[in-house]
Ligand binder design. Structure first.
Ligand code: E4P
Length: 220
């Protein structure tokens, strides 16, 4: 399973990208507003930083508007993936943009029937929102598992992008459910990397290393 980061804050993207684990970035209109940056400027900066799949979402609600915006944002950088909402207009725009060779991420997916429609419209990625499904009392990870199973059985190559990830266990569960990608907030990356036994083990190794005669703790 690949990792994307779910943010438009370039300092967060830069830091996690330095770990060497990122294959892409997802943004949405709320995240762009939270960044306080101009849409085009921040997407182009992110694309230059990461160079993977960078999702940039349209804000038009009608198909013609989505197609126009989608063509525009796709032209900003070769790494841009056009993000479209899972509505009839979004499906129509997906079909058209896909036929033009533009990659798409169909977002706000909350059911298997929606995911099957997006795949038939040619979506490159489908984004089921695990956390928001959990918030309703249903099981977001089970939704991801069912979408992946339906895609495998149907020979569909649309990639399942687990979104609305809230904690490290969501990442584990998404991987075990067969997700191709998880888009993960900055905070969850910082939680994933930590383990108390890693720090305790490192402290112990460094303490013992410092006991060598004439050695300082920094000496390799
Ligand atoms: C996906 O691409 C969305 O940007 C994101 O995962 C939504 O997550 P949220 O439910 O935490 O807003």
């Amino acid at each position: 399973m690949e990792f994307f980061i779910d943010t438009a804050i370039t300092d967060e993207i830069r830091e996690i990208n330095e770990w060497g684990v990122l294959a892409g970035v997802t943004t949405n209109p709320s995240l762009i507003v939270a960044s306080g940056r101009d849409f085009r400027e921040v997407v182009q900066e992110i694309a230059a930083l990461v160079g993977g799949a960078i999702s940039a979402e349209v804000t038009a609600l009608d198909a013609a508007g989505m197609i126009k915006e989608g063509r525009e944002v796709a032209a900003w950088n070769e790494h841009v993936v056009v993000k479209l909402p899972l509505t009839p207009a979004g499906l129509q725009a997906c079909k058209t943009l896909t036929s033009e060779g533009i990659r798409t991420n169909v977002t706000l997916c909350f059911s298997v029937p929606q995911a099957l429609l997006a795949a038939r419209a040619g979506a490159t990625y489908i984004s089921p929102f695990a956390g928001r499904v959990d918030d309703t009392g249903a099981d977001g990870i089970e939704l991801i598992r069912q979408i992946k199973e339906a895609y495998v059985l149907g020979g569909i190559d649309t990639k399942v992008l687990a979104a609305s990830i809230r904690h490290p266990q969501h990442v584990v569960q998404a991987a075990l459910a067969g997700a191709d990608v998880a888009t993960i907030p900055y905070k969850v990356f910082t939680q994933m990397v930590k383990h108390p036994l890693t720090q305790a083990g490192l402290d112990g190794f460094m303490k013992d290393w410092a006991k060598r005669s004439g050695a300082s703790p920094e000496t390799p």
